[in-house]
Design a protein around this ligand. Structure first.
Ligand code: ADP
Length: 305
């Protein structure tokens, strides 16, 4: 069952349409990535889903409730993009405060604060004032605050923007651990490689409109480049291949060409072997999310069905 359901959602600010008839659904237990260039409408959509902004038209349900329904909000965590933490509190105090807001009292709040500090790799740092935390530590503390109420669904708006590569990897590991635990994660990010590494499904939005959505593997299917390291390629076969694949490149013993479908790779390799070539390596290039993203954002818009 979909835990997040968005139907024809539109948000207009004055003359600016931030989201235009957006449709999407996210199944429970998935990591969902929302991608788009700056100003595409990602933050607006997330703010609507966590009940901070009302849509102009359309509807959304999160964990079975309207976003502003407090019954649903108790089951949702949120890390905004530009959050400010209370610098004068210790990390642990801040999390105890959030745990109390989420309905835990005294000892249970303290215990939960310790658990989430541990979860985000800040065990032992809880007694320091937040103002003394590095940016990366503050971002992880923000993530801990989003998780302190043990939410079923968590919305993270650019959760790794202040992190170095090691910190990003740690956050990725946390996200995968949360998924293991059955949580649903809605991730807004402009870091395509990050999304590529953790998300089950993605939607790409551009100028407020969904231009593609689906499983990453499906978005990446279709035309593919392949690079083959080989020996014994005759001039005759090279000419034949040049006639067939216009963008074929042959540099030394490496042949690179684009196929209309990755299924053609096997047939091509069989043809080469039959012609007496020695194959040392076949490296199928895949359509990176970056390629897909750039093509779609350039192509313009299409409405979701
Ligand atoms: P993203 O998160 O993808 O960068 P946003 O959702 O922040 O995009 O913004 C989408 C568009 O809506 C932008 O053109 C932005 O200027 C506009 N916008 C966002 N919030 C407001 C607001 N509170 N008032 C007016 N315009 C806004």
């Amino acid at each position: 069952m979909a835990i997040i359901e968005v139907r024809n959602l539109t948000k207009v600010y004055g003359r600016q349409t931030a989201c235009r008839e957006i449709c999407l659904s996210v199944e429970e237990g998935q990591i969902f990535g929302l991608l788009g260039p700056n100003g595409a409408g990602k933050s607006t959509l997330v703010k609507i889903l966590v009940g901070l902004v009302y849509p102009t038209a359309g509807e959304a349900q999160v964990v079975g409730y309207l976003p502003q329904d407090t019954k649903g909000r108790r089951q949702v965590g949120f890390l905004p993009e530009n959050f400010r933490l209370h610098g004068w509190l210790q990390g642990e105090e801040l999390l105890i405060f959030h745990a109390r807001l989420a309905g835990r009292d005294g000892r249970a709040a303290r215990q939960r604060a310790t658990e989430v500090l541990d979860l985000v790799g800040l065990a032992g740092e809880g007694k320091k004032p937040v103002a003394n935390y590095s940016k990366g530590m503050q971002q992880r503390l923000g993530l801990a605050a989003a998780l302190v109420g043990d939410p079923r669904a968590v919305f993270l708006d650019e959760p790794t923007s202040a992190l170095d590569p090691l910190g990003r990897r740690q956050v990725r590991e946390i996200l995968l651990a949360l998924k293991e635990a059955g949580k649903t994660i809605f991730l807004n990010s402009h870091l395509l490689s990050e999304v590529e590494q953790v998300c089950d499904r993605v939607a790409i939005i551009n100028r407020g409109t969904v231009v593609a959505s689906g499983r990453l593997a499906d978005l990446q299917a279709g035309p593919a480049a392949v690079s083959i390291r080989l020996g014994g390629l005759s001039e005759k076969l090279a000419t034949e291949l040049r006639g067939r694949y216009q963008d074929l490149q042959l540099e030394g013993n490496r042949l690179t060409l684009a196929l209309s479908d990755r299924e053609e790779i096997a047939a091509l390799v069989a043809r080469l072997v039959a012609a007496g070539c020695r194959i040392y390596e076949v490296a199928p290039g895949h359509n990176s999310l970056e390629d897909i993203f750039i093509n779609l954002v350039r192509e313009g818009e299409q409405t979701c069905g």
